[in-house]
Design a binder for this molecule. Structure first.
Ligand SMILES: CC(C)(COP(=O)(O)OP(=O)(O)OC[C@H]1O[C@@H](n2cnc3c(N)ncnc32)[C@H](O)[C@@H]1OP(=O)(O)O)[C@@H](O)C(=O)NCCC(=O)NCCS
Length: 192
C-alpha cells in the first residue's frame, strides 16, 4: 500500500554504508527548494533554468515526470538523518539512447547540499542503484545521459564506476555514458 505523502508511489527502500534511499515524499520538495535556489547546484542539474526563483510547484512538475517513468528516491544521510538529495532510476526516455529489444535505464541524480559533494556519496548511491537495476530489474544497459561536458563531478562519477562515453549530443555539449550488462558483470561480478 502507498502511504499518503509518498510522492514516488513505490515502496522500495535501499541502503548503503552511509545512506538510505527511500521513496520521495511530497514534503521533500520543501527541503529541496532552497538548494535549487543556489545557482551552482541549479546550473549543474538544469540545462535551461527558469528565469524566476525555483518554486515547489516547478520541482513537483519535474518530479511527476520522473516518478511516472521510474523510481524516484530521496537520499538520506544516516548519521544526521537529513534528506540530502534526490535520485531517479528512470526508464530510458531519450530516443537516441534506446535500443530495440533492450531494457535500458538512466539516472538523474542531485546531492542538494554541496558541502557533501566529493565524499564518495554519489558513488555509493550509483553502485547501489546499478546493482538493483541489473539484478532485480534485469536491465540490459545502464545509461546516464545528457551529462554536460563541463560537469567535472558528474563525468568523474560515471568514469570512476567504469562507464564509458556512448555518444556526444547537442553539438558536443552533452555526453551520454553507458555500461552494458556484460561489462557490469565483468567489473563487479555477478554477486556485486
Ligand atoms: C555529480 C554528483 C552526484 C557526484 O557525487 P559526489 O558524491 O560528489 O561524487 P563522489 O564523491 O562519489 O566522487 C565520484 C568520483 O568522482 C571524483 N570526483 C568527485 N569530485 C570531483 C572533482 N571536483 N573533480 C574531479 N573528480 C572528482 C571522485 O574522486 C570519485 O572518483 P574516484 O573514486 O575514482 O576517486 C554530485 O557532485 C552532485 O550531486 N552534484 C550536483 C548535481 C549534478 O551535477 N548532478 C549530475 C547532473 S548530470
Amino acid at each position: 500500500m502507498i502511504e499518503t505523502g509518498n510522492f514516488a508511489c513505490h515502496n522500495i527502500h535501499l541502503e548503503t554504508e552511509r545512506l538510505e534511499l527511500r521513496p520521495f515524499k511530497d514534503a521533500d520538495f520543501d527541503t529541496a527548494v532552497p538548494f535549487y535556489r543556489d545557482p551552482e547546484f541549479l546550473n549543474a542539474v538544469e540545462e535551461s533554468p527558469p528565469e524566476g526563483p525555483i518554486t515547489k510547484e516547478y520541482l513537483k512538475k519535474a518530479g511527476k515526470f520522473m516518478r511516472d517513468s521510474g523510481f524516484l528516491f530521496a537520499i538520506v544521510e544516516k548519521t544526521s538523518g537529513r534528506t540530502i538529495g534526490e535520485v531517479c532510476l528512470q526508464w530510458m526516455n531519450l530516443e537516441r539512447a534506446k535500443i530495440e529489444g533492450e531494457k535500458i535505464m538512466r539516472l538523474p541524480i542531485g546531492i542538494w547540499d554541496k558541502t557533501l559533494w566529493g565524499k564518495g556519496y554519489g558513488k555509493e548511491i550509483v553502485r547501489c542503484l546499478m546493482a538493483h537495476a541489473f539484478k532485480k530489474l534485469e536491465i540490459d544497459r545502464f545509461c546516464p545521459v545528457d551529462v554536460p561536458v563541463d560537469n567535472i563531478r558528474s563525468k568523474a562519477l560515471w568514469q570512476s564506476l567504469g562507464l564509458t562515453i556512448a555518444r556526444e549530443a547537442d553539438d558536443g555539449k552533452m555526453l551520454d555514458f553507458e555500461i552494458t550488462r556484460a561489462e557490469y558483470e565483468r567489473l563487479y561480478g555477478i554477486n556485486a
